[in-house]
Design a protein around this ligand. Structure first.
Ligand code: F6P
Length: 469
């Protein structure tokens, strides 16, 4: 078996407890077969050209580099999170077209390519993750790297019409054609990418899962929905009920029900609409007042980006207004907490909740939805209220699917979830958990890597070359 080399913007180094769902899945893939995880250390340094740091734990070698302040500003805060993130989440109104940050994005990708190339062997399997690193495969090819390269987009692929909001979009998106496999979360994402590649990328169809780029190079595309380790989360959740922080939450909520939301503080997560929906629930169902407490955990994220600062102020205002209007001397309807908790503590919180609100406006997958289900006690499970616009909705139809923009729809779903009889909760949960077990994180990584390793077989060349329009 070839050596696996994983590349992502941020590397979750051993001992760090801020690892989110994606980092946990990458670690699981590396644990399964050993290999190297390469990327940014998460640190900002004053040295202009940070050296590589090596660390080994078990069968995984972590190789990281720091970023300079300027690279961090242009590549991470700038082009990744002020241009690509809003574009890929269909918020073209927020797309920043700054050329300096675009140059910085290309500069950092080139720096990653330059540092990674000497570490690679011809028979490695290289797996690149997410929108921060769209040009990396192409830059590595320019440096003569011939090993198999796969790219996986964790966030949504928007429609071709929206991608046009990005200046010079062809030059960037077409760099993905240097890969052997480009993977997405859902079939919808695959179809949007295919349409873009045919309309704007100069590609031709070369089979049901294959495209041929303008230079004649064939590459594959496919949907590989990311999954979770259901057994691990179930175990963590059951164990966490003994943790003081989890017990304290339970004690403070009793005898009321708990509704929970856990999201990075990000405008794609639909948090203002969620708070307003909860307020609508209190207004539309006044007899239920005081029955359900809503805990929203929203760790701060990308704090140097203006749109995130604006969102934070907006949420503080809505939360204050909601509690001011509906709280009682002995009850606060919304608890809004801007800090992070360890993964196992969150699993314990999920197990305690009767309702989970996962209502993003756009989301590649959303692993909180899956983790909430996996954390439940099957004899008395909670109910998931899930946005139709999260990738997870494709696999989780037995949750209560809502339109997060329709406040009445979400408000009524909260009431339905809160009142749902035990028999129906158990029935829905069984279908969901069985599907999650089947489509777990192992299936995701094996599916992608098998497809990547099979992708080397040549696709017949076209008779005339295609031109990028
Ligand atoms: O899931 C999308 C993603 O951007 C990942 O690539 C990233 O690890 C995660 O969200 C957290 O984002 P950040 O690293 O910007 O805090």
């Amino acid at each position: 078996m070839s050596r696996l080399v994983v590349v992502s913007n941020r590397v979750a180094l051993p001992g760090e407890n801020r690892a989110g769902g994606m980092a946990i899945c990458l670690l699981a893939a590396l644990h399964a077969r050993g290999g190297v995880w390469f990327g940014w250390s998460g640190k900002i340094t004053s040295e202009p050209n940070g050296e590589l740091h090596h660390q080994r734990t078990g069968n995984i070698r972590f190789v990281t580099t720091n970023l300079s302040q300027c690279d961090h500003d242009d590549y991470y805060n700038g082009f990744s999170n002020r241009t690509l993130w809003p574009l890929l989440h269909s918020r073209v109104d927020l797309v920043d077209c700054d050329r300096k940050s675009r140059d910085g994005y290309l500069r950092v990708n080139r720096m990653f390519a330059g540092k990674l190339a000497p570490l690679l062997r011809d028979n490695d399997t290289l797996w690149i993750h997410d929108y921060h690193l769209i040009p990396l495969a192409s830059m590595l090819r320019e440096l003569g790297i011939g090993c198999r390269i796969g790219f996986f987009l964790h966030v949504p692929m928007p429609s071709a019409d929206l991608v046009q909001a990005l200046p010079d979009h062809r030059r960037l998106i077409c760099l993905l054609h240097a890969c052997d496999l480009v993977g997405f979360q859902t079939q919808g994402d695959v179809e949007r990418f295919r349409t873009y590649a045919l309309l704007f990328g100069g590609c031709a169809e070369a089979g049901p899962t294959e495209l041929r780029a303008a230079d004649g190079h064939g590459f594959r595309i496919g949907a590989f929905p990311i999954g979770i380790d259901t057994e691990l989360i179930a175990h963590q959740a059951a164990e966490a009920t003994r943790k003081p922080v989890v017990r304290a939450l339970g004690k403070s909520v009793m005898p009321r029900q708990l509704a929970i939301g856990v999201d990075r503080l990000d405008y794609s997560k639909g948090l203002p609409e969620r708070f307003q929906s909860f307020q609508r629930y209190l207004e539309r169902h006044p007899t239920r007042k005081g029955k359900l407490t809503f805990l929203q955990i929203a760790p701060l994220s990308r704090c140097e980006v203006t749109e995130y600062q604006t969102l934070r102020s907006q949420l503080e205002q809505i939360a204050g207004h909601l509690n001011g209007s509906h709280a009682e001397p002995d009850w606060t309807p919304l608890r809004y907490v801007n800090r992070n908790f360890t993964h196992d503590t969150l699993a314990g919180f999920y197990r305690m909740a009767r309702v989970a609100l996962v209502t993003p406006l756009r989301d590649g997958m959303n692993l909180v939805a899956k983790e909430f289900v996996a954390a439940q006690d099957g004899k008395n499970p909670g109910v998931l209220v899930l946005s139709a616009f999260a990738g997870a909705a494709c696999e989780m139809k037995e949750s209560l699917i809502v339109n997060p923009l329709d406040l009445d729809d979400v408000a009524d779903a909260i009431a339905t979830a809160s009142d749902m009889p035990l028999g129906e909760r158990v029935e829905r949960w069984h279908v969901l958990i069985n599907r999650l077990r089947e489509n777990d994180t192992g299936k995701w990584q094996r599916g992608f890597l098998h497809a990547l390793e099979a992708a080397g077989s040549p696709i017949p060349a076209p008779t005339s070359p295609r031109v990028v329009r």
